[in-house]
Design a protein around this ligand. Structure first.
Ligand code: CP3
Length: 357
């Protein structure tokens, strides 16, 4: 089914007959321009909870899927068709660029990224090649195809921020406390600096590939930054995230900077170079807005509220939209990713509520 049928209804419907993502409610909100409805998309909307996703992924590994442009295109479009969300997010994973340059890693179902030889020394860091567009031809192919299919609906590209990606490389897999990662940050600052510099260089190159291929916006996911104190974030992490965000600053696309549990870090996420600051659900949006300065915000419904009765969910969503009116711009989202057991019908009701509110 052509996605154009979905998005022209919503994005391309003004009197000028415009059909460019530039005029979409999503991009207008990121720039702080007036919108006719609050734009909405969901982190992790592609994959995880959709039956049509599970069907096309049957028997195909996660990383293999991410390197198959036809599959990436199909999976990215699935939530746009189903929900009529205001933006698509490119189907991939934060560790994909590392895989592409040759790091020995896999993504295990129900576990997440697992790295065969965790990074411990300067030599380990030096062994990771920088990324060139030739490492990710499938990314360019998928985004080119997607931009043509999506028409006026914007495509969001993304990368994992240096701290969050470093956590997988140093721990060797998912971690609750990031103890080995922080031990390196505190105890081996030379290795830490080299590692975050390396990831930042890969991130910047990978985001440029996505923007060159036609992505309308990018999000830097620093999912685990909330494990850090503001001082440690400022000293050991911010300069590296800032180098990614600065490298793409002149490319004409808004940069969304998001982390989980970042109530005390919000001014620093903004300072690192964001146009839009993503807010998780633990910080009330009204408290977050003055902390991010003259920037748009994104968020922040608790992802478990989709398991509540519909009226409870929509009442909370309404409060968030009301709070968002004080911001320079507001993109509605969950405060973190869609949970795997989410009922797609409930997410459809949420989307329709946000559009109508
Ligand atoms: O947002 C989207 O819908 C686009 C796709 C996307 C995936 N991962 C697909 C995926 C995005 C944006 C990501 C980002 C990502 N990956 C983050 C940052 C966002 C966040 O949730 O905080 C992180 C921390 C990862 C690392 C990762 N990848 C984990 C922890 C896991 C396992 C848990 C899970 O999500 O199921 C993955 C695997 C992964 N990434 C899957 C998908 C669809 C599941 C893989 C499978 O189906 O086998």
């Amino acid at each position: 089914m052509p996605v154009a049928d979905v998005h022209t209804r919503r994005e391309g419907c003004d009197d000028s007959g415009m059909t460019s993502p530039r005029d979409s409610a999503f991009l207008r909100a990121t720039r702080g321009e007036p919108v006719d409805h609050t734009p909405v998309w969901y982190m992790r909307q592609a994959g995880r909870s959709l039956p049509e996703y599970l069907k096309v992924r049957e028997g195909i590994g996660m990383l293999e899927s991410c390197m198959n442009p036809d599959l990436v295109t199909e999976i990215t479009l699935q939530p746009v068709r189903r929900y009529g969300v205001d933006a698509a997010i490119f189907f991939s994973d934060i560790v994909l660029p590392l895989k592409a340059v040759g790091v020995d890693l896999d993504i295990l179902p129900g576990v997440g990224p697992v790295v065969a030889h965790p990074v411990r020394t300067l030599a380990d860091v030096a062994a990771i090649p920088d990324l060139t567009p030739d490492h990710v031809p499938f990314t360019t192919a998928a985004i080119t195809a997607l931009v043509a299919e999506l028409g006026a609906t914007p495509l969001i590209g993304f990368a994992g921020a240096p701290f969050t990606v470093a956590s997988y490389l140093v721990e060797g897999g998912p971690s609750k406390d990031h103890a080995l990662t922080k031990a390196m940050m505190y105890g081996a600052p030379d290795v830490w600096d080299a590692l975050l510099r390396k990831i930042a260089t890969i991130d910047a190159a990978y985001l440029k590939v996505q923007i060159d291929a036609g992505a309308s916006a990018v999000q830097l996911f620093d999912s685990w930054a909330g494990a850090l104190t503001p001082d440690d974030y400022r000293r050991s992490v911010l300069p590296h995230s800032a180098s990614v965000l600065t490298a793409i600053a002149g490319l004409g696309v808004p940069r969304i900077h998001f982390g989980v549990g970042t109530g005390s870090l919000l001014p620093l996420l903004a300072e690192a170079g964001a146009d839009v600051v993503g807010v998780d659900w633990r910080t009330p949006l009204a408290d977050a807005i003055p902390r991010v300065g003259d920037r748009a915000v994104q968020g922040n419904l608790d992802p478990t509220l989709v398991f509540a009765p519909t009226e409870v969910m929509t009442a909370r969503a309404g409060e968030i939209i009301d709070a968002g009116r004080a911001a320079k711009g507001h993109v509605f989202n969950l405060g973190h990713g869609v949970l795997p057991s989410t009922d797609p019908d409930q997410l459809l009701r949420l989307t329709e509520f946000v559009h109508a509110y």
